[in-house]
Design a protein around this ligand. Structure first.
Ligand code: SF4
Length: 441
């Protein structure tokens, strides 16, 4: 080295999918890696191919895209396949102006987004030549062998902590502890802020990878979380999305003390919970704290009307009670979103319709969530055991837009279900007058 700092380029690749919408999505893991290594003297720059989108309500919005050819394995599926994010030429130019670069770290998110990862690695290689490239993130953790075929020099599994710094030493770098930057300082898209107050979850839903990747629930010190919120306020960020998997667990020791403090400080944020909240933890006090703190988007996890599938985390009674408490605190029912899953192994479409009816009776907004299997989860193993899917299935087929069509129900029945829910939601918001309940099967 010529006395300069090591320069590391971090890349969040573009996305190839049938549909993508920025619902407070940021590459949180990558931003945390930026924070980590900047604290060891690395000079970090980040190219986020997904920063380009058209912000709409509360900072959410549509990504820019171009329509592309479908990969062979998706050829027979309906719908346009698209490349979302920064145009390729612009990405190349951004890499060029980042030079010199000593190391590139590429992240990956959904397992079926690997074509974007492959493209990013290829582009980096073309511009920077032999620079070492490390591929990490969710896809690389779940499919390390598959990830090794995409052209990176190394595949990193799991979160990056002290062991990642040791790994960098092994590559010949000499990290030195120093004052680093915080993760939000690397974030190019500041239409909203993101925050994670805890990691992990005590529940064990058979379709979810959180227990595998992040283990049991562990709350972060509240002072740290409050300091992050204060930093966002300094930056004049208005909307904050919680990234916790289980934000409300252990409420008396975690979320309630935090929100009491947020309410007292009157920080003026609008808070959003795109990850579903556990209804069983919502009591009168918590509902009032949500209101006092400025919670704007509330989404609850319900998943299924079938008690066997509720995995001990929610019951119909929990949901009913939570909605009652939220309404009493001033949240209109029609603004409360509830997740309902379809396409689960062994689930009939009638079961989903029953769930739809139940949620319609409650008068809440329904968010249908398509199941797709994540390698390593109990449902993945069940499907493989029952020979419903092959162990070596192309990750592209785990795309939630195609999995239910391929392995669950006919396109016609799924379309009917989605249409009915869409009409109901529109009617709920006063945008249509149709009598949706009368049209239920
Ligand atoms: S409660 Fe949510 S985060 Fe926890 S295991 Fe179930 S789906 Fe995953």
């Amino acid at each position: 080295m010529d006395g300069r700092k090591y320069r590391v380029l971090l890349v969040n690749p573009p996305v190839y999918d049938f549909a993508a919408y920025n619902l407070w999505a940021r590459p949180f893991g990558l931003l945390k890696v930026a924070e980590l290594i900047s604290g060891y003297g690395f000079d970090v720059s980040l190219i986020d191919c997904m920063e380009a989108y058209l912000p709409k309500r509360y900072g959410t919005g549509k990504y820019i895209f171009t329509v592309v050819n479908k990969p062979q394995v998706l050829r027979d599926f309906p719908g346009l396949y698209k490349r979302y994010g920064m145009p390729r030429e612009e990405f190349s130019e951004r890499i060029k102006i980042s030079r010199p670069v000593d190391l590139v770290l590429v992240t990956s998110q959904m397992t079926y987004w690997y074509p974007g990862v492959e493209e990013a690695i290829e582009t980096v290689r073309k511009v920077l030549g032999k620079v070492p490239i490390v591929l990490g993130g969710f896809y690389a953790t779940i499919y390390p062998d598959h990830a090794k075929t995409l052209g990176a020099d190394f595949v990193w599994r799991g979160e990056a902590g002290g062991d990642f710094i040791e790994f960098l030493k092994g590559l010949g770098f000499k990290p030195r502890r120093t004052e680093g930057k915080r993760y939000w300082e690397f974030d190019s898209g500041r239409s909203f802020g993101i925050i994670m107050t805890s990691r992990g979850c005590p529940f064990r839903c058979p379709y979810c990878a959180t227990p595998l990747l992040r283990g049991d629930f562990e709350g972060r010190p509240l002072r740290e979380v409050l300091d992050e919120l204060l930093a966002y306020r300094e930056l004049r960020v208005k909307d904050i999305a919680f990234y916790d998997d289980a934000l409300l667990v252990d409420p008396e020791r975690h979320i309630k003390p935090l929100l009491r403090e947020v309410a007292r400080m009157d920080l003026g944020f609008r808070f959003h919970t795109p990850n579903g909240l556990h209804p069983r933890f919502i009591d009168g006090e918590l509902a009032r704290l949500f209101k006092a703190c400025g919670f704007e988007t509330l989404r609850l996890s319900y998943e299924s009307v079938n008690p066997e599938r509720q995995s001990g985390k929610v019951t119909d009674q929990d949901l009913r009670k939570a909605i009652g408490e939220l309404e009493a605190a001033g949240f209109p029912r029609k603004g409360i979103g509830v997740y309902l899953m379809y396409g689960l192994p062994g689930q009939s479409i009638d079961e989903v319709w029953q769930g739809v009816r139940f949620l319609m009776e409650l008068g809440v907004k329904i968010h249908l969530a398509e199941f797709s299997p994540i390698k390593g989860t109990p449902y993945w193993h069940k499907l493989v055991r029952e020979k419903k899917i092959p162990e070596d299935m192309d990750p592209l087929l785990t795309n939630n837009s195609v999995f239910s069509l391929l392995f669950w129900e006919s396109e016609r029945k799924i379309r009917e279900l989605k249409l009915c829910v869409r009409r109901y939601n529109q009617a709920l918001q006063g945008r249509a007058l149709s009598n949706t309940k009368a049209s239920l099967p």
